[in-house]
Write a protein that binds this ligand. Sequence first.
Ligand code: FES
Length: 178
Amino acid sequence: MLTDKYGKEIDEILSRYPVKRSALIPLLYLAQREQGYVTEAAMKEIAQLLKLTPPQVYETVTFYTVLNLKPVGKFHMQVCKSLMCALAGSDTVIGWIKTKLGIAPGESTPDGLFTLSAVECLASCGTAPMMQINDDYYEQLTEQKVEKILGDLRTTGTSDLKSGPYMWPLPVAVKGEK
Ligand code: FES
């Protein structure tokens, strides 16, 4: 049960929203943190918490690609396929990954390390083609960069080719803070 494990965090999230149902996405994101995807049990529990029907929760999970309905690999590669990235070669990026890992969008490597998805605009159009892996962006991708990123992730679990973070944590102090 999410409430058993994350009761305090759930209360904190709920306290931010005067209208309970507004906490839906943060709670789904919390549920996903647990297992990498949102389980049916978690959807039911969240529906109950927010006084929504399970289909209302389900339709939200299916709408946002940031939420996963099935298990994903340790590294979830989401290649943007929207217009700017498509013009800059997102299909080619997907092709490189297919060749190097043997997986197509929607598939995972047998060792559970990598999952590939093709997603809509990730708001980094100026640095197309790009992809998000877990919480990090990788931009202006080239075949050499993709090769290095995959190698880095496999060997060290991280890569210095990731960019940002630009938005989180906030890059500048909020007014009044040191
Ligand atoms: S089109 Fe790819 S980030 Fe916007």
